[in-house]
Design a protein around this ligand. Structure first.
Ligand code: HEM
Ligand code: HEM
Length: 170
């Protein structure tokens, strides 16, 4: 559990988690529930729940792995505000990813116990949609920040992104 190494490059497992989740998330959004009535289809419903549970499980594994073995690649001398913002955005994405799944599971549970319409389930659907929109916003900031670091050539981009790598200066 050594956390004192300077993370000039995330290891293969960290990159696998990061990019694997990008694909999993895009897939999750692409196959999203467009209409609550789709949940009447038992096979679809079961698939949705299993997908959500696997997603949540892998997210927890990723979170524990990243927090115990990896360090941000922000340079030590980066401004304090930048360090805090990166923490907020990274941890925020974890919270929002987990909340997307949990609010989805709440919708699933309410549907399963026959609360198929009404105030309660609509409340959770609104929360689910609000969380997803917040998540899009955070991901947007994250990608803009990554691009900023690429332009700044401080090594942050190349520590995680396999393409358009900057040349090492040292
Ligand atoms: C669904 C989309 C994405 C999510 C949810 C996401 C999430 C995260 C998280 C949570 C971290 C912190 C390390 C970790 O715990 O894994 C991270 C690091 C990073 N991500 Fe992403 N990411 C996404 C897409 C992207 C994309 C498209 C890019 C590049 C264009 C990118 C570039 C980076 C870089 C450079 C880091 C290292 C930042 C540092 O060490 O401070 N990410 N990402
Ligand atoms: C990884 C898990 C999940 C992801 C990524 C995801 C993604 C999405 C997205 C992108 C939307 C559209 C939001 C919008 O239009 O602003 C949505 C809506 C919705 N999701 Fe999920 N979802 C997940 C889990 C679940 C689960 C487990 C259920 C219930 C079994 C569920 C039920 C719904 C419902 C009912 C809607 C609203 C459909 C409508 O507009 O009538 N979601 N979800």
């Amino acid at each position: 559990m050594s956390l004192n190494k300077n993370n000039s490059e995330y290891n293969k497992i960290a990159k696998f988690f990061h990019w694997g989740f990008v694909i999993l998330f895009i897939y999750g959004v692409a196959k999203q529930v467009d209409d609550i009535n789709q949940l009447e289809d038992k096979v679809f419903f079961r698939f949705e729940i299993i997908f959500a549970l696997i997603f949540l499980f892998l997210l927890i594994v990723r979170f524990i792995y990243m927090k115990t073995t990896q360090k941000t690649s922000l340079p030590h001398n980066a401004p304090k505000l930048q360090k805090i913002s990166a923490k907020i955005v990274h941890n925020g994405m974890y919270v929002l990813l987990a909340s997307t799944v949990l609010s989805g599971l709440c919708i699933g549970f309410l549907f399963w116990i026959d609360f198929k319409d009404g105030l309660l389930i609509n409340f959770f659907i609104n929360i689910h949609e609000l969380i997803i929109n917040l998540l899009y916003f955070f991901i947007g900031i994250h990608i803009i920040a990554a691009t900023y670091h690429r332009l700044k050539k401080d090594g942050v981009w190349s520590s995680m992104v396999p393409i358009l790598k900057e040349k090492k200066n040292k």
